[in-house]
Design a protein around this ligand. Structure first.
Ligand code: NAP
Length: 488
């Protein structure tokens, strides 16, 4: 690509040069081959965006009533003759049936919108296959990531990005302009070799969430089993008491905050490990191990899952007094106290513990909600880098500290009560404190001036043991240059 080409933006806004109210692409005639769901939604959207639409069908008479009256529905060959840009809204397996149109398609732009049913279904992408069937045409891959529903619902809803690739810059530019005129955001994905990747995108199920979800499920399973042993199995074995009723709410509700709290600390732990590695190597120009890279990239999803578990914990906790078992226990306690003629049941320490415990829990949940909301792309895009990093990094760390206070006030002095060690197993909250406290301690250490300074220098490009040029004023006031090691 020439320098001039690179300077020219592929997805330019030429409309600004002309009439600002009319997109340049609008007004031109666009062809659509096929009359199915996608073709119909595409035609509706194109008509609404100011294009003339000509639909090519094998049976135009029967299908015409399905399209808006502004769209012309005709035979495939007739439609192709009337336009230079044709959307092929036909499944890959039917491409060969279009070969009769090869002569009238010469020199035209074909937009391949097709998807597969499986990831990497065919050796060759659908777009490359179409290009091989019609070598005299220019094929552009695009629009497959938007559904027929998104096309119909307009720019209000659904995915707004249209990923486009082609070996022909001009054709790609034309299709990008059409997408823009339709209210989509065209994204240049490069050459035709990217078509395979673009075709795989709609088939992927939450790729960025797999690891965080498995992590959350793994933690949930571990803590759930641990709590089950302590809250249900232990009373059964030791006192033959049936506490199975605790499983649906109590055991789940003691498990959720553990998962949420540990997950929140796992958002900040990779940053601590990365800082340790940078300090150890004395440079930021050394790749982190793959697992750490992956972990750093998944922090947002881990944080959102932490918030999800915290929100569930809040709802479960609010519902605790609604349970029948809770009411029976309250009445039982009241009767016991009446029999023992205990009038004053107020325990000042317990009252304070609960007040503080609930209050810090609410604050922690509020901060987590803020972190979750600001991680949404639409909100994140409205923040500058400093605001985003203040909320996600500083407020996130404060949320971790407050969650720690919530956990500590929940535990209070129970860690020192030997009755709490069921089967010699420590209370669950003491286990959950391990990782978060390590992260908090590490963060405090990194904020010590000597370490913070070194870390800052490394992050600005300074490297241990690397020689740098220096310029010093001599005794006479003249400047002399030389080399020294920057870490001396
Ligand atoms: P569809 O409803 O089954 O429509 C396919 C159309 O292909 C038919 O209406 C038919 O129109 C035409 N066609 C041409 N030659 C054919 C042949 N030999 N046999 C059968 N049909 C033939 O499918 P669709 O949902 O619109 O999908 C069309 C393309 O868009 C597919 O490649 C799909 O992967 C892609 N896509 C669809 C969506 C979506 O949400 N539906 C989203 C993204 C991409 P005529 O009978 O009028 O010729």
């Amino acid at each position: 690509m020439s320098g001039a080409d690179m300077a020219k933006p592929l997805l330019g806004h030429r409309s600004i040069e002309g009439d600002p109210s009319t997109p340049p692409a609008a007004g031109r005639t666009i062809g659509v081959l096929g009359s199915g769901d996608f073709a119909r939604s595409l035609a509706i959207r194109l008509v609404c965006s100011g294009f003339k639409v000509v639909v090519g069908s094998r049976n135009p008479k029967r299908k015409a009533s399905l399209f808006p009256s502004a769209a012309e529905v005709t035979f495939q060959a007739d439609a192709v003759k009337k336009t230079d840009v044709i959307f092929v809204a036909v499944f890959r397996e039917h491409y060969s049936t279009l070969c009769d149109l090869a002569d009238v398609l010469v020199g035209k732009i074909l937009v391949d919108v097709s998807n597969n049913t499986e990831i990497n279904h065919h050796k060759e992408s659908n777009a490359e296959h179409l290009a091989s069937l019609f070598p005299a045409c220019t094929v552009v891959k695009g629009f497959n990531v938007v559904s027929a529903w998104t096309l119909q619902s307009g720019a209000r809803d659904g995915n707004k990005q249209v990923l486009i690739c082609s070996d022909n810059q001009e054709a790609k530019h034309t299709v990008a302009e059409i997408a823009q005129a339709m209210g989509f955001t065209p994204v240049d994905m490069g050459c035709m070799s990217s078509a395979r990747e673009i075709e795989n995108i709609p088939l992927r199920l939450l790729p960025a969430w797999k690891i965080p979800i498995f992590l959350a499920l793994g933690l949930f399973l571990c803590f759930f089993t641990y709590n089950l042993i302590r809250q249900v199995i232990h009373p059964y074995i030791r006192e033959q008491k049936n506490k199975l009723y605790k499983i649906p709410i109590e055991v789940v509700n003691t498990t959720l905050p553990c998962v949420s709290y540990v997950m929140l600390s796992l958002v900040y732990l990779p940053g601590v490990l990365a800082a340790c590695l940078q300090l150890y190597y004395g440079t930021k120009y050394r790749r982190f191990p793959d697992w750490l890279d992956q972990w750093l990239q998944h922090r947002k999803q881990i944080g959102l899952l932490s918030f999800f578990c915290a929100a569930l914990h809040a709802v479960y906790s609010l519902c605790l007094p609604m349970r029948r078992s809770h009411r029976y226990q309250l009445i039982e306690t009241a009767v016991k106290q009446a029999v023992e003629k205990k009038m004053n049941i107020w325990v000042e320490e317990e009252v304070w513990r609960m007040e503080i415990y609930i209050s810090v829990g609410i604050i922690a949940l509020g901060l987590l909600s803020l972190l979750a909301i600001t991680s949404l792309p639409s909100i994140a895009n409205s923040l500058n880098w400093r605001e985003f990093s203040f909320i996600q990094s500083t407020l996130g760390f404060i949320a971790l500290v407050i969650s720690t206070l919530h956990t500590l006030t929940y535990g209070w002095s129970r860690a020192f009560d030997e009755n709490q060690y069921k089967f010699y197993l420590p209370p669950t909250y003491t286990l959950t404190l391990l990782v978060p406290c390590t992260v908090i301690l590490a963060k405090i250490v990194f904020n010590l001036p000597c370490i913070q300074q070194r870390l800052l220098r490394i992050r600005r490009g300074w490297e241990k043991g690397r020689y740098v040029k220096f310029v010093l004023p001599s005794a006479t006031g003249e400047y002399s240059s030389g080399e020294t090691s920057s870490n001396v």
